[in-house]
Design a protein around this ligand. Sequence first.
Ligand code: ATP
Ligand code: MG
Length: 286
Amino acid sequence: MLQEFRFDGTRILDLTQAATGAGLYADDKKALKAKTDGNLEKLAVLQEKLYADGHEGLIVVLQAMDAAGKDSTIKHVMTGMNPQGVRVHPFKAPNSAELKHDYLWRVAKCLPARGEIAIFNRSHYEDCVAVRVRHLENGLGLPGRCLTGDDFFVRRYRQIVDFEKYLYENGVRMVKIFLNVSEKEQKKRFLERLNNPEKNWKFSKSDLDDRALWDDFLKAYEDAINATATACAPWYVLPADNKWFTRYLVSEILVRTLEDMDPRYPVMPAELEEEIPELVARLENE
Ligand code: ATP
Ligand code: MG
């Protein structure tokens, strides 16, 4: 089923046609929810193995329109994982110190060590989506030569592909997830937030400004995804109107990715293994 949502450069994404709901899979809701629970258990074991093995790191990028469920997806997949080996990094609008650097600088500071999982709540993709839609490139303080010539964003896509390939070739994998919520569902969730005192802190007026730019955002995401979908850092474009379905798919992606990474518990050195009976005896005879 995952194949349907995966983009690794072998086909083109048309985001206007991509599913936002569970569709026919809604009939399997009960079974898929049970599978999600099973996946979370598998994830706990796989993550522990990854940490113990310490050979490869993993980055999970989450991008989406507002209220698509990034935060709750993160909260959900984190259950069962050991906080020791997993870190979540939110990327907000860059502050003045970050703006004095190249855009991958703050991302580089959050790269996982081998054995760790880093979850990016937004990412370097903001630098070719939000910056493009809000026309921010001229205010980034870049020298003129960086703003002329080929298309600024086409250049950024190429830089990102190079960066992600570099990471892959150096023991860090990346999977990128776009939570595809519909305009209708976003409206519903915004209204729920506004009408609920426990949730309305999540609402910001600028969310409505971005909503007004819906088509521009969709196009910017589509272009960015098509330009950066590769076998070593694939995109998954997931329907996000039904949270149970999104959670199932995300859990499935993580399990499959970690299984593919095939982490193993380190084997005890033979000399030490030979000494096990002696060590046990020592402890027992204390
Ligand atoms: P929430 O679900 O709580 O609203 P959020 O991820 O939307 O979470 P916010 O603080 O509301 O968090 O929004 C972060 C904002 O920062 C987004 O509008 C995003 O587009 C913007 N942003 C992030 N990185 C960049 C960037 N590099 N350039 C411009 N804007 C950015
Ligand atoms: Mg927001």
